[in-house]
Design a protein around this ligand. Structure first.
Ligand code: MN
Length: 441
């Protein structure tokens, strides 16, 4: 992995909020998204810098970006139909890096562009964040081995981790249409539920509504149908990462999941954080990938020297909860758990290569979910199903309330950040969603 001036931890921005030690968005991050100004019909592409959003369309019109950066953004907005990052995503890593170079230069302390770009900034608190692109196909993987083991025990006590798990990056095809941006509330789903002692299922609101703490990987340049992606090229197809909450109705899931896997228990809504953090911003947080020696090593098509030396990412992940009563009492979210993406059993390169290994074509704007990222220790479950031991052990909250599963009015917030000595902290922002009551069954 190569570093350049955009990674320099000493680099400061003329946007004051970007220099705060605890900001998610220092000048070394520069995550990309789509925002909407109050009263406007359509979104515009933007980059987060400190507590501000820089309007990329306005910056390009003002001539403040390099010709390469302006070309990278070509087609990403249109006065009549709004904004989407798909054209930039499809252009691959070189275009994305040219945009990063230009933004780093223009937003750095002392930049000549400061005077003109000052007018292209908006406070993040005053804009609405939209989905960053048109999402094509959505695949959810299952790379959290601690989650797979814990959930396997609950669903199949005698057969927790299925024998294929350590060989195949397990996944299922999800639903792109119900993916929403952070901040959008979601209705509790109705569905078929059947208790272990019930004679027949009934159609009712889910009583075991849960979240799943995941990362989402957006695909940049795609591959043609029939042409696999080798490990050596896999990350050329990765555009960047977001936080992803794979909302899950455990009672619907338990009844429907055999034999073909999750269906209506999952596709009623998936929330993502709005800022796409690029592989360039994450470069200082790459780590070696290895397997315990007693485990099967990846098959050759899922192995590469680069994957072994730096395929993992050190990203600290957290889930925070605020109940309706906490909100009414002015109490902020409380943290329920922490885990780290470096504990994932498979790397992003392996997910991309495996997905395309049969010739399946990936496209710009496709989204790959990582699967729930639970840690190895007790209390590190990435879902309430794990934290409450299948609903048997309520989780106490500081105000005296408790939860096994989510109740109406609960707000779930995912957070993530990368920290390492000698580098600026890189944050992901927030992925928040509030549960609304189910529609009449
Ligand atoms: Mn999931």
């Amino acid at each position: 992995m190569s570093f350049d001036t955009t990674h320099d931890p000493e680099l400061k921005s003329w946007v004051p909020g970007a220099n705060a030690a605890d900001t998610d968005f220092p000048i070394q991050n520069l995550p990309l998204g789509v925002f909407r100004l109050p009263g406007q019909a359509h979104g515009r592409p933007g980059v987060a810098i400190g507590d501000q959003v820089l309007d990329l369309a306005a910056a390009a019109h003002a001539g403040a970006l390099s010709p390469e950066a302006a070309r990278a953004l070509h087609g990403c907005w249109d006065a009549n139909s709004g904004a989407t990052l798909n054209p930039l995503m499809a252009r691959g890593p070189a275009a994305r890096r040219a945009l990063r170079q230009s933004l780093s230069h223009a937003l750095a302390d002392g930049a000549a562009a400061q005077a003109v770009l000052h007018g292209c900034l908006h406070a993040q608190g005053e804009v609405e964040m939209l989905l960053p692109c048109q999402i094509g196909d959505y695949t959810d993987f299952y790379t959290g081995i601690h989650h797979a083991t814990a959930v396997g025990k609950l669903f199949r006590p005698d057969n927790a981790l299925l024998p294929n798990y350590k060989w195949v990056p397990i996944g299922y095809h999800g639903r792109g249409s119900s993916i929403v941006a952070s901040g959008q509330a979601l209705r509790r789903p109705n569905g078929q539920v059947k208790g272990p002692n019930d004679e027949a299922p009934r159609f009712a609101p889910s009583q075991r509504l849960d979240y799943e703490l995941e990362l989402g990987a957006f695909i940049g340049g795609g591959n043609a149908l029939g042409e696999p992606i080798a490990m050596a090229q896999a990350e050329d197809h990765l555009f960047g990462l977001v936080l992803l909450n794979d909302w899950s109705a455990r009672d619907i899931q338990a009844w429907e999941y055999q034999p073909l896997g999750p269906f209506l228990a999952k596709n009623f809504g998936t929330s993502i954080s709005p800022w796409i953090v690029t592989p360039e911003a994450l470069a200082p947080f790459r780590r070696p990938f290895s397997r315990p020696p007693e485990d099967p090593q990846p098959l050759p098509y899922l192995d590469s020297p680069a994957n072994r030396s730096q395929g993992s990412l050190d990203i600290a992940l957290e889930v925070w909860l605020q109940t309706a009563r906490m909100r009414a009492d002015g109490q902020p979210h409380v943290r329920l758990m922490r885990s780290n993406f470096k504990d994932s059993y498979w790397t992003l390169a392996q997910l991309i290569t495996h997905h395309a290994s049969n010739g399946c074509n990936l496209s710009a704007g496709d989204l790959l979910g990582s699967g729930t990222q639970s840690g190895p220790e007790a209390g590190q479950g990435g879902s309430l199903l794990e934290l409450s031991h299948g609903g048997k052990q309520p989780i106490p909250l500081p105000n005296g309330e408790a939860r096994t599963f989510l109740q109406d009015g609960d707000s779930v917030e995912l957070r993530a950040a990368c920290e390492a000595p000698g580098w600026r902290r890189i944050g992901f922002g927030r992925c928040e969603g509030t549960v609304l009551a189910a529609p009449p069954a």
